[in-house]
Write a protein of this length. Structure first.
Length: 88
């Protein structure tokens, strides 16, 4: 769309009068968005920090708790368990 160089009248027809400034901001910000995504691609910092933070006893316990919670949720949704509970 940025290459098309839309006039104000064309933008008004496309999105309505109240949204022209929003559309123009999107068009103008396209290059900034591309630059921003380039800076984020290929970075593993967050993943590496997560690995480092979880590579200890506390991380192991957190993983165990998450697995236990998932098991309890699965059992709670199980028709067999619900059938047994309804007997009481």
């Amino acid at each position: 769309m940025a290459k098309a160089e839309l006039s104000d009248a064309q933008m008004k027809d496309l999105v309505g009068a109240s949204q022209i400034s929003m559309l123009q901001a999107l068009i103008d910000g396209k290059e900034q968005y591309k630059d921003f995504t380039k800076t984020l691609k290929g970075t593993n910092t967050a993943y590496e920090m997560m690995q480092q933070n979880n590579d200890n006893l506390e991380g192991t316990i957190t993983k165990l708790k998450s697995s236990w919670d998932a098991l309890m949720i699965s059992l709670g949704q199980s028709a067999l368990i619900q059938g047994i509970i309804s007997l009481f």
